[in-house]
Design a protein around this ligand. Structure first.
Ligand SMILES: *Cc1c(COP(=O)(O)O)cnc(C)c1O
Length: 370
């Protein structure tokens, strides 16, 4: 079976874990986390950007929303086609996630629908780098500026790509990355917030450790806070040394991962024939995390079964959130069409171009045969 997604792990990651056991003898949040944050900052390449790691991408989003002072009575606009994590992260603060429609070709949030959904309660926009794409992001920022809104980017798919000539993370209000088990780089589980807003970064550093003021700095110097005060609702969302050590080994490999992901995606695009329509992202800039395609809705389920019978695992990214009981909404026709037509083909760094040839042959054969 060719897996839909998979981490690419080697001796380096095993050695990194062993180092935590033998050298640090502390599995919690300490030196490895501090070093991972410094290396992520160096990778992003802008000294005035602040990187705060956390235990998941969902936590990163949750803390980003909370640290922007958004909560009960506030609204955040999110594209309906995203992992439910984006919606849960907003509703966890007491704020209301408002689903908006997406561009039918790119899956990115539709700026015109965003404008229609802005109310006096709207405090932030949460664009998702869907399939790592950013077409439309500049317009989202223009809307945010005109309405005095924060922008919290769900960049879970986007690590390793570039935006406006710099690594994703170098530009933008608040960005959230995921380093979960299958993302472009993995920590096992992990996430990070990147922002130029020093107050937001400082707040998130506290919130990840039960809102104990400056406990992050204490732990990085091998100490803890004992006599402290707490004002805010905080969480146990910090990253562990184990996860950070894995992430540090992965970060060293990111350029190779990105090159391979782009090559695999290009090969799919070269080989796949109509009626298959790949979701379009700019492969010269993005680091493609998934490879979603659109196919005729009436054939989609049979097509998925056919690929499964040929040992090719596929997925659906994602069920629109406005169709879920918790986040019920209306007026997202493009999202609903996408939901009926979407299928995601395998894309990960244990694949070769020959695997893509094999998958594309199976796909084209299915559609020729009807
Ligand atoms: C993976 C993902 C998240 C959540 O990240 P976790 O680290 O799994 O919590 C959020 N949004 C999107 C679009 C994702 O793909």
């Amino acid at each position: 079976m060719i897996k839909l997604s998979q981490a690419t792990l080697g001796q380096e990651e095993q050695d990194a874990i062993a180092r935590v056991f033998t050298q640090h003898k502390y599995l919690g949040m300490g030196q490895e986390v501090k070093l991972f944050e410094e290396e992520l900052t160096a990778y992003i390449g802008m000294p005035d950007r602040h990187v705060v790691t956390v235990n998941t991408g969902t936590s990163a989003l949750h803390l980003a929303v909370q640290a922007c002072g958004i909560g009960p009575g506030d609204e955040v606009i999110i594209p309906s086609v995203t992992y439910v994590a984006s919606f849960q992260a907003v509703s966890a603060t007491g704020a209301k996630p408002v689903a908006c429609d997406v561009n039918p070709v790119t899956g990115f949030m539709d700026p015109d629908d965003v404008r229609r959904r802005i109310t006096p309660q709207t405090k932030a926009l949460m664009p998702v780098h869907y399939a790592s794409g950013t077409e439309g992001l500049a317009e989202v920022y223009a809307i945010a500026q005109a309405h005095n809104l924060r922008v919290i980017e769900d960049a879970a798919h986007a690590f390793g790509g570039t935006y406006q000539g710099r690594p994703v993370g170098a530009i933008g209000d608040v960005l959230c990355f995921s380093f979960d088990g299958i993302k472009n780089i993995t920590c096992g589980e992990g996430g990070a917030v990147v922002t130029g807003d020093v107050a937001v970064a400082a707040k998130i550093k506290d919130l990840r450790l039960l809102a104990v003021h400056k406990d992050s700095d204490q732990r990085f110097s091998g100490q803890r806070s004992w006599d402290f005060d707490v004002i805010d609702q905080g969480w146990r969302y910090h990253m562990s040394n184990i996860n950070a050590a894995i992430g540090r080994a992965q970060l060293k490999k990111v350029a190779g991962f990105v090159d391979l992901r782009r090559a695999l995606a290009r090969q799919y695009r070269t080989l796949l024939k109509a009626p298959v329509q790949p979701i379009m992202v700019d492969l010269t800039t993005v680091a493609p995390h998934i490879f979603p395609i659109l196919v005729p809705a009436e054939q989609r389920d049979a097509f998925q079964e056919y690929l499964k019978a040929h040992e090719i695992e596929t997925g659906l990214h994602y069920k629109p959130n406005h169709l879920l009981s918790r986040y019920r909404g209306t007026g997202c026709p493009n999202a609903e069409v996408m939901w009926a037509q979407m299928l995601t083909l395998p894309l990960h760094c244990n694949m070769t171009l020959a695997d893509v040839d094999h998958i594309a042959t199976a796909v084209n054969t299915f559609f020729k045969g009807d």
